[in-house]
Design a protein around this ligand. Structure first.
Ligand code: SER
Length: 874
């Protein structure tokens, strides 16, 4: 079976068991502070397990793009060295939200593997949870019993908390699990060593393929487990491993999921893959793995950067580039050439790669090129450091590699490991911390557990229709961020819009008879709307009037609606390749980032701006539709942004021809925007441009500001009726004056020359002159010196001048003096320049110097005189 059929078979099987098949969530997680990337199929359903939201379908199945490179689940270091761990992988999963439980989950898993995929039963092992005294958890007897109907007792193994109690992260839903392992060793090997002794023992050919988790608990920040309102099933099967087993291969990289990528790396490098553990093969596997991670995350909206999720992508990318550089001799950007292979492979599964091919390639190419600039130097530096370091690379050195050469710490760790060295990780962290403290960016956030005041109440957002509501508190918690205490409040109703879709969160007040609590911001976390406040309301159980700051909201809405109109205008002027890549909308302005490969010309900007203003004047009313199914929304022409998540409230916002999926708040009709004015256009990253604009009163004050400036210019131009004419006249006058000044200075220099000739002293055959002249143009002084040299024989000339508060010295010598007496103008000018606290140089016959002490000029002249006098004695 080809991988595509294997995937389809899984989904069809669960569809036949009444599961709703849903799309993968984006690999990048936007609104869960405990996660940067989707690391398991269940992430997008976290709220269903916790009981914060009710599932629309109680049974769901899908294939989910996952990335395990940070946090609790991190496989990065294994990738490439073995043949079955990946950064990005697909997880096939089926879920029950309070519906079926262990009985169905286990028997369906068995049915699919053995009857549909026809796996050899004698090669399968299963595990169950043995219990844990410290956590007060009992052994999962029920699971063992269900398995005993299908599998003989000697292949049902018990496992400890590490292997058989699955947790999403430090906090969140969790529960006991049962894993299915498969033994794909050759028969001869199987006869020698019993497969069951190799389960969970990191053997490359006795591996876990499917995990069935029975979610029943929530792990809190204080470490305790609490029982969830309902019992759920969460399963995850590693798709690439499943393909390996079903295609009879010994390595995931030998399945058709990876062979096209490996073949492309072979073609690019001219090196053949050997199916071995050689450095070259490891490099090829790493590259084939990493390109998938980098491609999918960029396509899902996360660009490489220096912090957070963006930095994780940059690290993975740099790791791949270094493997290519060191082991496949790829010294030029190559990684981006693999994107098209990934895009074609997933054309029908994850469609947003092919549709953004140009952008993803461009971003990766640029990243590669940047890193290649410092990679060679960094590797040399590393070699030098490792030679003098003994067994351990110092923290300072690791930090230097990081800071100066862009080596992420895991890359340095990898380089060190290859040489059998370690890194002083603590030392590195200290350096990093020092740097962070310096930039005061990353402040620690300490979050306490929620305090629940009212049970089982769902929060409802009413802010599309109201900016005030009567509310009470449902839960709150204390957070300490940047050494400041804050409270996060959740209400039963809220008119406050939570930051999202680029729009800032609302601010406002919580008002009761005897108090008024300021809400400083509103954010979303796993679908809870969280209100930030510096104080906790006194009466936690009282009722309040929640009032949104209306002016800020209205100003923000103008900018938000204008963003939609801008998006549409960009597509109509620049082309439909324009896709939104990010936005910020607040009360002051809007910022819109989009894919486009050239600077937007002034003329295009004018057209874009007028289209938006025409649509404002047209006064299109807001056409808002809530709860629209995704397909219907797409049929309406709405553009999905970062691949919407299954089950999200899809809301369609239409103003005339502009149709967008959007959760933000908007004006009632475009006329409310008043006026739209673009204030800047710039580049953000490869292939991504940014437009900033203002609307309404902001646009008015922007234009008024410009008019005021113009008014001032007009006064200065001395022709208030026609400013351009006035300025043209000023420019012409300025040019004429400059010419006149030059003419006068030359004339003055000519007269000066005559005067100076009369002051030349004859000291023992040398014609000496040292004098400070009233010229303030270097060019004029130079001309004067050269003219004197032509007219006076055997000249030793020193000219001083004061120009713009600084001292200037020129020394000019006759060739005769240079040749016969060995004098050197450069040396002389340097010696004299001490008096003006400066320095200079030039040629043996002509040199100049500058200095900051004009008062020293007289002394310099006197010194020159002494020099010549002493020469005479010698
Ligand atoms: N959440 C479990 C895992 O990731 C099963 O899907 O292994």
């Amino acid at each position: 079976m080809l991988s595509a059929q294997i995937r389809e078979t899984f989904l069809n099987f669960f569809a036949s068991k009444d599961h709703k098949i849903v799309p993968s969530a984006p690999i990048v997680v936007k609104d869960d502070p405990t996660l940067m990337f989707t690391n398991a199929g269940m992430n997008q359903f976290k709220d269903y397990f916790l009981g914060n939201r009710t599932a629309e379908y109680p049974r769901i199945a899908d294939t989910q793009k996952c990335l395990r490179v940070s946090g609790k689940h991190n496989d990065l270091e294994e990738v490439g060295l073995d043949t079955y761990h990946h950064t990005m992988f697909e997880m096939l999963g089926n879920w029950s939200f309070g519906d079926y439980f262990k009985e169905e989950a286990i028997s369906w898993a068995w049915e699919l593997l053995t009857e549909v995929y026809k796996m050899d039963k004698s090669r399968l092992y299963v595990t169950y949870f043995e219990g844990d005294v410290a956590e007060n958890l009992e052994a999962d007897e029920e699971t063992r019993q269900i398995w005993s109907r299908f599998v003989s007792a000697d292949r049902i193994l018990k496992g400890n908390k590490k292997d058989n109690f699955w947790e999403m992260g430090a906090t969140g839903p969790c529960g006991p699990c049962t894993e299915i392992h498969v033994d794909i060793r050759d028969d001869a090997e199987r006869a020698l060593v019993d497969g069951k002794t190799l389960v969970n023992a990191s053997h490359p050919h006795v591996i876990e393929i499917w995990n069935n988790v029975f979610i029943q608990f929530n792990r809190s920040a204080n470490g305790s487990l609490s029982v969830l309102p309902a019992k759920h099933v969460d399963t995850g099967m590693g798709f690439e491993r499943l393909c390996m087993v079903l295609q009879g291969k010994k390595s995931n990289y030998d399945t058709d999921v990876f062979t096209p990528l490996i073949a492309t790396v072979e073609a690019i490098s001219g090196i053949q893959y050997q199916y071995s553990d050689s450095k070259q093969d490891v490099a090829m596997r790493v590259i084939a793995d990493h390109i998938r991670a980098v491609t999918f995350t960029i396509a899902d909206g996360q660009l490489p950067s220096n912090t957070g999720a963006g930095y994780v992508i940059r690290r993975i990318l740099r790791r791949a580039v270094r493997y290519g550089y060191s082991y496949l001799d790829l010294k030029e950007p190559f990684f981006h050439k693999l994107v098209v292979v990934v895009a074609k492979q997933f054309e029908h599964v994850f469609t947003n790669v092919l549709s953004q091919l140009d952008l993803v390639e461009k971003v990766i190419r640029e990243e590669e090129a940047t890193f290649l600039n410092t990679l060679g130097g960094g590797l040399k530096k590393f070699a030098a450091i490792s030679n003098i370091s003994g067994k351990e690379i110092g923290g300072r050195e690791a930090f230097e590699l990081y800071d100066t050469f862009g080596f992420p710490i895991d890359l340095t760790r990898l380089l060190a490991a290859e040489q059998g060295l370690t890194i002083d990780e603590a030392g590195f962290e200290t350096e990093l911390k020092k740097q962070k403290e310096r930039s005061k960016k990353d402040a620690a956030v300490n979050q306490e557990d929620w305090v629940q005041l009212v049970e089982d109440e769902e929060e409802e957002f009413v802010g599309y229709d109201f900016t005030e509501a009567n509310v009470h508190l449902v839960r709150y918690r204390k957070v300490v961020a940047k050494e400041k205490e804050q409270y996060q409040l959740v209400f039963n109703y809220t008119p406050f819009y939570a930051e999202g879709g680029g729009q800032v969160g609302d601010t406002g007040y919580l008002i009761a008879d005897d108090e008024k609590v300021r809400i400083t911001d509103t954010k979303k976390e796993n679908n809870l709307i969280i209100h930030y406040s510096d104080e906790l309301p006194k009466n936690l159980n009282g009722s309040f009037k929640a009032v949104v700051d209306n002016t800020k909201r209205i100003y923000t809405e103008r900018n938000h609606t204008a963003t939609h109109l801008l998006h549409e205008a960009l597509r109509s002027v620049l082309g439909t390749h324009v896709q939104q890549k990010g936005s910020l909308v607040n009360e002051d302005y809007l910022r819109f980032d989009f894919s486009h490969f050239a600077k937007v010309s002034d003329e295009e900007l004018v057209r874009i701006e007028s289209i938006v203003n025409e649509n404002i004047l047209h006064n299109f009313p807001l056409d808002e539709r809530r709860h629209v199914p995704m397909n219907e929304a797409k049929n309406m022409g709405a553009m999905a942004l970062f691949g919407e998540k299954y089950g999200d409230v899809v809301r369609v916002i239409r103003f005339g021809n502009s149709v967008e999926l959007c959760g933000g708040t908007h004006v009632k009709a475009t006329g409310n925007i008043g006026l739209f004015k673009i204030v800047s256009e710039s580049a953000v990253a490869a292939g991504i441009r940014r437009i900033e604009a203002v609307t309404g009163m902001g646009a008015l004050s922007h234009i008024n500001g410009k008019l005021e400036q113009l008014e001032k210019i007009s006064v200065l131009s001395r022709n208030t009726r026609d400013i351009v004419k006035g300025i043209e006249a000023l420019v012409t006058e300025n040019n004429d004056l400059r010419k006149e000044l030059e003419r006068l200075q030359n004339q003055q220099a000519g007269q000066l020359k005559e005067t100076l000739k009369g002051q030349v002293q004859s000291i023992n055959g040398i014609h000496f002159l040292a004098v400070t002249v009233p010229l303030n143009a270097a060019e004029a002084i130079k001309n004067l010196a050269f003219n004197l040299r032509q007219e006076v024989e055997n000249l030793f000339l020193v000219l001083g001048a004061e120009m713009d508060g600084k001292a200037h010295l020129t020394v000019m010598l006759d060739d005769q003096l240079v040749k016969d007496m060995g004098l050197n103008a450069s040396n002389i000018v340097r010696e004299l320049a001490r008096e003006i606290e400066g320095g200079g140089g030039g040629q043996p016959f002509y040199a100049t110097a500058g200095g900051k002490k004009p008062q020293g000029l007289a002394k310099a002249m006197a010194k020159a005189q002494e020099m010549v006098a002493s020469m005479q004695q010698a």
